[in-house]
Design a protein around this ligand. Structure first.
Ligand code: MG
Length: 449
């Protein structure tokens, strides 16, 4: 892992003698413990694999760069697990690089299977984010070699652009409604609404400082209270609908804090306001109960942000547990598993809503947009408006115009990475891990994020 500018690519051994008479390379026969299992149609080889961590918005982002034997041809991938970035960087640099050096970068599927199976135990968030960095970088190389955006490698677009949703929040219903109205006036058509909660539970809104009225003697008088939340959320929807009418679609993120029965109670309480979907109603520990929750819910259910494998996400789709599948694509392993998941969703009438906040880098945002415009299963895309600093570090970062996002036409992802600029934004331990384990109930008990 590096955050410095001048670290050279790792040299990989390329055995010129292995290149056959017709320009067809024979299997790599160097010192690698993981020799290529077959020849390749060119002698292009992977010569460097390394991670770089940068935080232009204060959120550590893990980038993987793969260099090749062709001067100037490299690929960039996103491996961002912002709460555990040290572990992912070491995984890439210390464990995966040696598997890949000397291999032909066009064998993406084999290289990902090799990376995955070599660990024997697999499908954790650290594992799959590391694999995503490799996977997305290899797809970037494939696009650059073909002179095509990755969207064309996947078969081309089925839509011109992807519609997105953005977040509105406030300390009161009125503040949230005013924020949502301002966003509507900017052109957004899908708005996720949240309001301050006791106990730092507001999803972007400020924490509610004053304790609720019935907390005398409570160990944590400022804690998050599920009964209060269940009474308050339909009032939030009512206030925003009163302000905005039917001019926008409304969404809401539960952040996994409910039991299955509470999720059904919430869904029925907001039915009259026609939400576009309720996001992450149950924690992953309880996903087996999602089919019954969805069957009893009058509004669409969107789950999957915390899936740490395509296998788990696929089960959500095939079990009938979701109307929208919304994974963080680097945490399920990158484009290769995500495009298969989108195909399963398409076959089951489930729509996609890929997770994409500030802890997905602009490279991952480009991969999301590519999936969005190439998959018939697309439903909606979560948006993040990147700062000028992020745009400087990642030239080519996609813009969202009037709520619409579209991938670049440039080869690969069309996103570059300025390591000199990146070095100005060194990472520190993420505040996200504080956020993820800081919501407690009135009794002091920790609430799952
Ligand atoms: Mg969410």
């Amino acid at each position: 892992m590096t955050i410095a500018l001048d670290q050279p690519a790792i040299d990989g051994a390329i055995d010129d003698a292995s290149i056959g008479a017709a320009g067809i390379a024979e299997p790599f026969t160097g010192e690698s413990d993981f020799p290529a299992p077959w020849g390749s149609r060119s002698n292009l080889r992977i010569t460097g694999v390394r991670s770089i961590v940068t935080a232009p918005e204060g959120i550590p982002l893990v980038v993987v760069r793969i260099d090749t034997s062709e001067p100037g041809l490299y690929g960039l991938g996103c491996a961002t697990f912002t709460q555990r970035w040290h572990a992912v960087a070491a995984y890439v640099d210390e464990h995966l690089a040696r598997l890949l050096l000397g291999r032909y970068p066009g064998d993406i599927e084999d290289l990902i299977r090799l990376s995955r199976f070599s660990g024997y135990w697999r499908d954790g968030a650290v594992d799959n984010n590391a694999l995503s960095g490799i996977d997305l970088a290899l797809w970037d190389i494939a696009g650059k070699r073909a002179g095509m955006p990755v969207s064309e490698l996947l078969g081309g677009r089925v839509r011109a652009a992807a519609d997105t949703y953005i977040h509105a929040s406030g300390r009161t219903f009125e503040e949230t409604a005013q924020h949502a109205a301002a966003l509507r006036d900017e052109g957004w058509r899908h708005i996720r609404i949240q309001v301050s909660q006791p106990g730092r539970g507001g999803y972007g809104a400020a924490a509610l400082e004053s304790p609720l009225g019935n907390r005398a003697g409570a160990p944590n008088a400022h804690g998050w209270d599920v009964a209060h939340y269940l009474r308050q959320t339909p009032q939030l929807f009512a206030a925003v609908r009163h302000e905005l009418g039917d001019s926008v679609e409304l969404l809401h993120d539960v952040h996994s804090r409910l039991t299955p029965k509470q999720a059904v109670i919430l869904a029925r309480s907001v039915e009259e306001f026609s939400p576009y979907f309720l996001e992450d109603v149950l924690a992953p520990e309880h996903w087996d109960r999602l089919p019954e929750v969805r069957a009893s819910s009058p509004v669409p259910i969107a789950v999957g942000e915390l899936a740490t494998s395509a296998t788990a996400a696929t089960r959500l789709v095939t079990s009938g547990g979701v109307d929208f599948i919304r994974c963080h694509i680097s945490t399920i392993g990158g484009l290769t598993p995500a495009r298969k998941l989108a195909a399963v969703a398409e076959a089951h009438g489930v729509q996609t809503a890929w997770h994409s906040p500030g802890d997905a880098s602009p490279i991952a945002a480009a991969a999301n947009a590519t999936l969005d415009v190439t998959s018939p299963a697309f439903g909606i895309q979560e948006s993040h408006v990147f700062s000028d600093a992020a745009r400087e570090v990642f030239p080519g970062t996609l813009a969202i115009e009037g709520g619409w996002i579209r991938p670049n036409d440039a080869p690969g992802w069309g996103i570059d990475f300025d390591e000199k600029a990146a070095a100005r934004f060194p990472p520190s331990l993420s505040r996200h891990d504080v956020w993820a384990a800081s919501v407690r109930g009135p009794d002091g008990g920790l609430i799952a994020p």
